[in-house]
Design a protein around this ligand. Structure first.
Ligand SMILES: [Zn+2]
Length: 115
């Protein structure tokens, strides 16, 4: 993939994620927001799980955004397309599918297992 194409796609991903995060942050009731404990415990449960869901989506959007920013930084430092762990070229098809991929498939699998 052309580096200019990769950069453009990454910038679009970053902008999308920025919008998603801004919207979610607007919706998310901050921790301990409002005037104390809700009256109805059943309602409190559903409010909490809703906030948890929003928080989970926010978390994943934020970590995706970090990955995209890191990929843009790799473009700047001329190391884009190489695995950050083993330094091997990441296959073209993988970069097409995931322009923000930081690792080759086998390093990604090892990385995922370590978590
Ligand atoms: Zn690797």
């Amino acid at each position: 993939m052309e580096i200019t194409v990769a950069r453009k796609r990454l910038e679009e991903m970053r902008d999308d994620l920025d919008r998603t995060i801004a919207v979610l942050q607007g919706e998310a009731p901050g921790p301990l927001a409002g005037s104390g404990y809700p009256q109805d415990s059943a309602d409190a449960g559903s409010v909490l799980s809703e906030a948890d869901r929003t928080e989970a989506i926010l978390d994943s959007a934020r970590s995706q955004r970090e990955g995209v920013l890191a990929a843009l930084a790799r473009i700047e430092s001329d190391s884009y397309g190489r695995c950050v762990d083993c330094g091997q070229q990441i296959p073209e098809g993988r970069l097409e599918a995931r322009p923000d991929a930081a690792r080759c498939v086998s390093c990604q699998a090892k990385h995922a297992k370590r978590r």
